[in-house]
Design a protein around this ligand. Structure first.
Ligand code: DGY
Length: 327
């Protein structure tokens, strides 16, 4: 019987799917993730691995585990995996695209509204005993109707977020992306622009790109200074795309209006981070895809990736399909 190791507890849908395909499943049961050694120890006995975005699947790990017939992330992003090394070793790598686009876009939308309307700061003020009267000038937020949205990375999630903002508030859409998306331009009147124009023109900037050498740290001191003072920065993609110290400085100095983050740099965020007390920042702990249905669907795709990988078939979410065409 072929064996699958899952490095954290994930929805049962994965386990049921794998078991009904006749596979033996072992799940890391602790709420604390396995260390690199513990991960390697369990993977040594497995034919397939379902790993998390917090697992470091580097070259060294892959070399020690080249017996694996398939590895799939329980995530759409795969910056935690050395894809080049896996491809060289002929290991198919899977991910869980599409099924989390809506939940992630919904979360970005939630953060955008929460920052625009000072939801967290106004809520905190009640607990601090500051709600004494109705305040004619208290917690004045921003309207979003007709404002300009700047998307960094117009993939599936960026497109869904654009749709929400365009349909809810008639927002104008600008985007910075490697590829033009004529169908999106047509649908939402969107316009592809360069990074500097996106920074200068947008009222809300939302990051939906993958983390790679081209996007790492692009939101730095200089970028925040190029943004409008009234701009809202949203990042639900990867924390390393912004420079956290520069963001803290920009928020503290009022160089931008506010930020909504579902990801941080590093992760997990320290409980001492100023981002947790700044009045114009809202942070959630990387939960954008965390709905019951979405996580169950991600579990199903991950399980299908394993089943297909073990049969040497194309994965549903296939990061390095070249491995398959080589076979
Ligand atoms: C992903 O899938 O990459 C998200 O960041 C977590 O759901």
């Amino acid at each position: 019987m072929e064996k699958v190791f899952i490095s954290r507890r994930i929805p049962n849908r994965a386990i049921e799917t794998l078991k009904s395909a006749g596979l033996e499943v072992k799940v890391w049961g602790s709420a604390i993730p396995p260390t690199q050694e513990e991960l390697a120890e369990h993977t040594a006995l497995a034919d397939a691995l379902i790993c998390m975005l917090s697992d470091n699947i580097n070259k060294d790990f892959l070399l020690k585990n080249k017996h694996l017939k398939v590895i799939t992330n329980y995530a759409v992003g795969f910056n935690n995996i050395d894809i080049g090394a896996a491809t060289e070793l002929g290991i198919p790598i899977g991910n869980t695209p599409d099924v989390l686009s809506e939940a992630t876009a919904d979360h970005a939308f939630t953060l955008m509204l929460a920052v625009a309307r000072k939801i967290l700061d106004s809520n905190r003020s009640i607990g601090e005993g500051k709600w004494k009267n109705w305040e004619p000038m208290g917690f004045l937020g921003q309207d979003l109707r007709g404002r300009t949205l700047g998307i960094v990375g117009m993939g599936r999630i960026g497109q869904e977020f654009s749709r929400l903002c365009h349909q809810a508030f008639g927002m104008k859409i600008l985007y910075f992306s490697n590829t033009a998306k004529p169908e999106i331009d047509k649908k939402f009147g969107a316009k592809k622009v360069d990074f500097d124009e996106l920074l200068a023109q947008s009222d809300v900037i939302s990051v939906h790109t993958s983390l790679n050498e081209g996007t790492k740290g692009i939101f730095d001191k200089k970028a925040f200074r190029q943004m409008k003072k009234s701009a809202i920065f949203i990042n639900t993609a990867r924390g390393e795309i912004h420079q956290e110290a520069d963001l803290i400085e920009a928020l503290s100095a009022g160089e931008i209006w506010g930020a909504g983050l579902d990801v941080s740099n590093p992760e997990p965020m320290s409980s001492e981070s100023p981002l947790l007390t700044l009045p114009n920042a809202i942070v959630t702990p990387h939960i954008a895809s965390a709905t019951i249905d979405t996580r169950a669907n991600m579990a199903f795709i991950a399980a299908q990736n394993v089943i297909k990988g073990l049969k040497n078939e194309k994965l549903l979410g296939f990061v390095n399909p070249i491995v398959h065409t080589k076979v």
